[in-house]
Ligand binder design. Structure first.
Ligand SMILES: [Zn+2]
Ligand SMILES: [Zn+2]
Ligand SMILES: [Zn+2]
Length: 281
């Protein structure tokens, strides 16, 4: 059933872009919509672990880094309101004193007159508090290095056309020859009285498998409208039901604190999620 009559021309296209943007946001992408139509509908960036490619928590975390201390690698929250961490150290004689209301403004060492510097120390072991740089979301990974991924995405919003096919125009200049570019097809329809959203995620290489580009209508006339059967697009479909079944399973295990099983299900979910194709370039 087509429901195109509900939307004005152009409106549905924008809705598709926002729906895709929402799905990408759920997976840790930071998304941008270019203000002008430059063949790219969404630009997405993501912080990723350089070692294992898992999402990177771009956070400022601090902790005691002394492996012998009980507080080792434990994240310290709101240190500013915790006086026990705050100290002053003389840059000349090395004398350390607790920072108090009295000496907070003092800049010279009472022993040698040297310059006092602010220093944060662990109240348990007196080691320096450092920046905790292992920010990988994968608990098994100890990487301290991340990288920024970049993707450009073109969204094709399509109503079902004759024969339940998905139809959209694709121009020569849409064929961006870069592995970081993706094509996402969006369709919305009512199934069993419920609104459903469908997404097909294709890399440029995927698209070239279903699209004939060696034709005059594509290369020269630029009036090529493609119709794709749902069977043809099936390998690229985001299988929402499978995805959320695993999501529910994952949260149930998480509540039961079954960490190993959580990881197994998370991996299974990752491998089933068509949107994850964007992570693996
Ligand atoms: Zn990692
Ligand atoms: Zn001193
Ligand atoms: Zn410590």
């Amino acid at each position: 059933m087509s429901d195109s009559h509900e939307f004005k021309v152009g409106q549905f296209g924008k809705i598709g872009e926002h729906m895709v943007g929402f799905e990408l946001s759920k997976r840790g992408w930071i998304i941008f919509y270019p203000p002008y139509d430059e063949r790219t509908d969404i630009v997405a960036i993501k912080f990723c672990c350089k070692k294992c490619t898992a999402p990177w928590h771009n956070e400022h975390k601090i902790s005691c880094m002394n492996p012998k201390c009980k507080e080792f690698e434990k994240s310290i929250k709101s240190i500013n309101s915790k006086k026990s961490f705050k100290n002053k150290k003389c840059s000349k004689c090395g004398l350390i004193e607790k920072r108090t209301d009295k000496n907070a403004q003092q800049s010279a060492c009472k022993k040698c007159g040297g310059k006092l510097e602010e220093i944060a120390l662990c109240p348990k072991c007196s080691e320096k508090i450092k920046i905790f740089e292992k920010n990988c979301s994968n608990p098994d990974c100890d990487s301290t290095e991340y990288e920024l991924l970049f993707r450009s995405i073109q969204v094709k919003s399509s109503h079902l056309v004759e024969g339940n096919k998905i139809g959209f125009n694709f121009k020569y200049q849409d064929l961006v020859k870069d592995p970081r570019h993706f094509l996402i097809v969006y369709n919305r329809r009512i199934v069993n009285h419920l609104e459903k959203h469908f997404y097909w995620i294709l890399s440029v290489a995927d698209f070239l498998k279903i699209k004939k580009t060696d034709t005059v209508s594509f290369k020269i006339y630029q009036n090529d409208r493609g119709h794709y059967s749902q069977e043809q697009l099936e390998p690229y479909l985001f299988k929402e039901e499978e995805f959320y079944t695993l999501e529910e399973k994952k949260y149930k295990l998480l509540k039961e604190n079954k960490r190993k099983e959580v990881r197994t299900v998370a991996r299974e979910q990752f491998n089933k999620d068509a949107f994850r194709k964007l992570d693996m370039v």
